[in-house]
Design a protein around this ligand. Structure first.
Ligand SMILES: C[S@@+](CC[C@H](N)C(=O)[O-])C[C@H]1O[C@@H](n2cnc3c(N)ncnc32)[C@H](O)[C@@H]1O
Length: 319
C-alpha cells in the first residue's frame, strides 16, 4: 500500500477519489457539529422545563397540603374526601329510598356535602359520623317530603347536624320547628360503650349547641333544646306536645336504648312522618339494627322500613 502511495502515477490517479473522501468527511463533520449544537439547545430547553416542572410540583404539594387542612380528619369524626364511587353509591341508595330519580338525589348530596364542609369549618365542635352517612341523611330527608315542619332530634351532640338539616329543609321550602334532646353533660354519653377522646376537644354543652344551632338560620336559633335523657318522664312530657314530621333517633345506641326510643317515637310521630335511625348496620353499634329488627318484627308498629342509605335506616309512619 505504502509503495502504491509513493508511486506518483498512482497518487495522481487516486487524487480525485481522495478529494471526494475529504469533502465527504468535512461535510459529515460540519453536519455532526450542527446536530451537536441542536442537541445542546434541546438539552438546555429540557433543563428549563425540568426546573419549571419541579417548581410546579412544589407549588401543587403546598396547595394539596392546604386543601388537606380543609378536608382531612383532624379535629372531626372522619375525613371529608368522598370518592366518586362513594357519591354514586349514595345517589343510588337515595334514589331507591325516595323513589326520586338520580337527578334530585345527586343535587341534594352535592349541596349536603358543601353544607357539611362550610358548617363544620365554622362550627364549634363537629358533625358525628362518616361523610357518606351525614350527606345521606341530609340529602334524603327533604326528598321524602315530611308531612309537617316539626323536627325532633334525639341525641344532638354539638347540635351541628340539626343545624345543617335545618338548612337542607329550608332549601326545600320548609322552615322547620326544631326540638333537640340531649343530656349535654360535657361529653358524649354512650352507655355500655367506651367513648374515645372527643376529636374536637370541644365540650358537649348547652352554649356549644346554641352556637351551632345559630348556623341553622331562624329554625336553629329558635330551636327548643331539652336537656336530659329521652327516657326521662319530664323530657317526654315536654317533647310529646306535638306530632313530628321528622324524628332523628341518634341518642343511646344500646339495643335497649334504641328500643325504648322507637317505642316512644310510635306515639309522637305524625302520620306519614319520617324516622331516621342513625348508625343502622354500623358494625360499631350492633344494638341499633338489633333493636330496629326486633321492634319492626312485633307486627304492631306504625313504622314501615323504606330502606337504608349508608348507615342510616329510613322509616315512614303509616297514616
Ligand atoms: C352520636 S351522638 C349524636 C350526634 C348528632 N346527632 C350528629 O349527627 O352530629 C349521640 C348523642 O346522644 C347523647 N345521648 C346518649 N344517650 C342519650 C339519651 N338517652 N337521650 C338523649 N341523648 C342521649 C350522647 O351524649 C351524644 O351527645
Amino acid at each position: 500500500m505504502s509503495s502504491l502511495l509513493s508511486n506518483r502515477l498512482a497518487r495522481r490517479i487516486l487524487r480525485p477519489a481522495a478529494a471526494l473522501v475529504d469533502k465527504r468527511i468535512t461535510r459529515s463533520a460540519s453536519g455532526l457539529r450542527k446536530d451537536l449544537d441542536a442537541l445542546r439547545r434541546e438539552a438546555k430547553e429540557l433543563r428549563v422545563q425540568q426546573t419549571e416542572l419541579r417548581n410546579q410540583q412544589a407549588e401543587l404539594r403546598g396547595q394539596q397540603y392546604a386543601v388537606g387542612l380543609l378536608f382531612d380528619r383532624t379535629g372531626r369524626s372522619g375525613h371529608r374526601v368522598p370518592t366518586p364511587a362513594e357519591i354514586n353509591t349514595l345517589v343510588r341508595e337515595i334514589a331507591a329510598v325516595t323513589g326520586e330519580d338520580g337527578g334530585p338525589a345527586r343535587r341534594n348530596v352535592t349541596i349536603a356535602f358543601r353544607n357539611v364542609i362550610a358548617l363544620e369549618a365554622l362550627a364549634v365542635g363537629r358533625l358525628a359520623g362518616s361523610t357518606s352517612n351525614i350527606c345521606g341523611k341530609l340529602a334524603t330527608v327533604p326528598l321524602l317530603r315530611p308531612p309537617n315542619e316539626d323536627v325532633l332530634e334525639i341525641g344532638t351532640l354539638h347540635g351541628l347536624f340539626a343545624a345543617t338539616l335545618m338548612r337542607m329543609l329550608h332549601r326545600a321550602g320548609t322552615e322547620a320547628r326544631l326540638t333537640v334532646v340531649d343530656p349535654l353533660v360535657g361529653s358524649q354519653l354512650q352507655p355500655g360503650a367506651g367513648m374515645g377522646a372527643e376529636p374536637t376537644g370541644t365540650p358537649v354543652r348547652m352554649d356549644v349547641v346554641r352556637a351551632n344551632l345559630a348556623l341553622g338560620g331562624r329554625a336553629g336559633i329558635e330551636a327548643r333544646v331539652e336537656q336530659g335523657f329521652s327516657g326521662d318522664p319530664e323530657i317526654r312530657a315536654a317533647v310529646s306536645d306535638r306530632k313530628y314530621g321528622v324524628i332523628i333517633v341518634d341518642g343511646d345506641h344500646s339495643a335497649e336504648g334504641v328500643l325504648a326510643d322507637l317505642e316512644w317515637v310510635e306515639d309522637i310521630v305524625a302520620p306519614g312522618g319520617i324516622v331516621v335511625l342513625d348508625d343502622f348496620g354500623d358494625a360499631s353499634w350492633p344494638g341499633v339494627k338489633e333493636a330496629a329488627e326486633k321492634h319492626l318484627a312485633t307486627g304492631t308498629s306504625r313504622l314501615e322500613l323504606l330502606g337504608r342509605v349508608s348507615t342510616s335506616a329510613f322509616l315512614r309512619a303509616r297514616a
